[in-house]
Ligand binder design. Structure first.
Ligand SMILES: Cc1cc2nc3c(=O)[nH]c(=O)nc-3n(C[C@H](O)[C@H](O)[C@H](O)COP(=O)(O)OP(=O)(O)OC[C@H]3O[C@@H](n4cnc5c(N)ncnc54)[C@H](O)[C@@H]3O)c2cc1C
Length: 481
């Protein structure tokens, strides 16, 4: 099959018979619901970009399995250039959508499981890699979206999975059946889950022998029996339900997460990629984390570009653009944003080939990149809000402009410079509000902290990966010890 178009993608999700609940009600078509349509449109954009002459080379790749042209979001990276192109593609998507476009976790998970199944076969004589390659062919040939289901509900964080009072706080195997296994548990915060064709499930932490039943990895179609999606709420999401959607800020796109429940789901043998190999879970989590932490230096940087653009435009509209402190703040925002990108690109530039042949990023630099991501978007947002002024959070609705009684006051008093009308100024402020406080802040801010692991997870990896013994020896040599 050729690459899907954006419209084909939307039609394929509409056809999915998956169980989705939004605000207490079953949703029959996520592509048509006012709250969940913008996230579906953001993913559709990843297909649209692969069709465009200007972006095609970035958004497509040559499959190492078939030699065919595939969407880069389904590609196994086989060179440093591939790693770099992924980061550049993610930045481009961030710029085009100013939201989480929901495909990098799935891509990073494909690359992780590809490498890990190879390693497991080498260590244990299992047959996981061939199965995974078959699954990958299915994804590439049909141009599908995959969601990465890693994060468990975790209950008491101080206890390991098997020590939890409720054993289902981490997803685990509950039964072996003819031709497969049955799993139970729930995965939280799953980005793009309701807009994905396939769910890839992997363990969320390093496991010990006592937690063997939790060491499972597999893939199931989103409409598998027993799988239920409960859609996550976002700040000001119901503005999308208003008649004219005037105050949504981002008119076209959004991100989404869901709680994904696996209530005794049967997984056939051919879709199982790990079953009990607990000693490999630590490496799997670290490899995924490295891939995914580098991704944040692409997508968030693209959203940062939009925020910096909006901050520049609002400064122009309000007559402050040439003030020295505003110029300085814009330069600071650019500096922070490009620093994020530099870390991601450097991690790709120092990438390496895994035993499977798939490439992985340098883990130390990927963790440094992500630790910066947990901080810099907040500072960029603070500076954007500083430049924007208080109207960002006190302004009336854009709809008030059309009211016969108050409209004239809005048009008179909420203008900026002489040639800037209230509509232009308010739209820019709404976009800044969306990214720093509204639906967009879910991914630009809170996901920047916790997505791909909370800050402490990066600190632990940085401390572990840094070569302090070499550093000490340089110091000793120079001071004559
Ligand atoms: C917008 C968004 C999108 C996401 N998308 C995905 C996705 O697509 N797929 C996916 O699998 N996951 C996804 N995640 C999940 C993300 O990886 C987790 O949020 C992250 O790993 C933190 O886990 P948690 O939310 O359970 O918080 P917790 O683990 O509860 O962390 C909260 C705090 O407790 C601390 N803490 C946790 N455990 C311990 C401990 N044992 N001892 C001491 N301190 C501890 C942490 O350091 C942190 O400060 C997403 C998250 C967000 C916010």
């Amino acid at each position: 099959m050729a690459l899907m178009t954006g419209d084909n993608y939307l039609a394929s999700i509409e056809k999915l018979d998956h169980q989705v609940f939004i605000q207490g009600k079953k949703c029959l078509d996520v592509t048509d619901h006012p709250i969940s349509r913008p996230p579906a449109m953001a993913i559709a954009e990843t297909y649209f970009q692969a069709e465009q002459a200007e972006t095609k080379s970035l958004f497509t790749a040559q499959s190492h399995l078939s030699g065919e042209t595939i969407n880069r979001f389904t590609h196994i990276q086989h060179s440093k250039e591939d790693l770099v192109k992924k980061i550049l593609m993610l930045r481009e998507m961030g710029r085009k959508t100013a939201c989480c476009f929901q495909r990098c976790a799935g891509l990073d998970c494909l690359n992780t499981v590809y490498a890990m199944t190879y390693d497991m076969d080498q260590s244990f004589g299992t047959e996981y890699h061939g199965r995974f390659v078959d699954f990958l062919k299915h994804v590439q040939v049909n141009d599908l979206v995959t969601a990465a289901c890693m994060t468990d509900t975790k209950g008491d964080r101080s206890l390991s999975p098997s020590k939890q009072k409720d054993k289902d706080q981490y997803l685990h195997m509950v039964e072996e059946r003819q031709g497969g296994i049955v799993v139970r548990g729930a995965k939280l915060h799953i980005t793009g889950a309701v807009n994905s064709h396939e769910l890839i499930v992997v363990p969320t932490r390093a496991l010990k022998e006592e937690d063997k039943d939790y060491a499972v990895a597999f893939a199931v179609p989103a409409d598998t029996e027993g799988v239920t999606f409960i859609y996550g709420r976002q700040p000001s999401d119901t503005r999308r339900l208003e008649e004219r959607r005037s105050d949504v800020g981002n008119l076209f796109y959004g991100g989404c997460e869901a709680m994904v429940v696996f209530d005794d789901v049967f997984v056939p043998q051919e879709r199982i990629f790990m079953r009990g190999e607990y000693s490999m879970t630590g490496r799997l989590v670290e490899l995924f984390a490295a891939h995914h932490r580098a991704s944040y230096g692409g997508c968030k940087v693209g959203v940062g570009d939009v925020l910096i653009g909006a901050a520049t435009a609002i400064a122009e509209a309000q007559g402050t653009r040439n003030a020295s402190h505003v110029k300085d703040k814009l330069a600071e925002m650019i500096h922070l944003n490009e620093t994020l990108h530099a870390g991601a690109l450097a991690s790709a530039g120092k990438g390496y080939a895994t035993a499977s042949g798939a490439y992985a990023v340098d883990p130390l630099l990927a963790n440094v990149c992500k630790l910066n991501v947990t901080r810099f978007p907040f500072e960029i947002s603070r500076l954007a809000q500083d430049i924007a002024g208080g109207l960002l959070v006190t302004m009336p609705s854009l709809d008030d402009q059309d009211n016969p009684v108050v409209g004239k006051y809005i048009h008179k008093y909420l203008v900026g410079k002489t040639d800037v009308d209230s509509d232009k100024r308010m739209r820019l402020l709404r976009l800044i509000e969306n990214i720093t406080l509204g639906t967009g802040a879910v991914s630009y801010l809170t996901e920047s902290i916790h997505g791909a692991g909370s800050p402490q997870a990066q600190k632990i990896m940085i401390a572990r990966l840094a070569d302090l013994e070499s550093a000490k020896s340089y110091a000793f040599k120079l001071c004559g010890i």
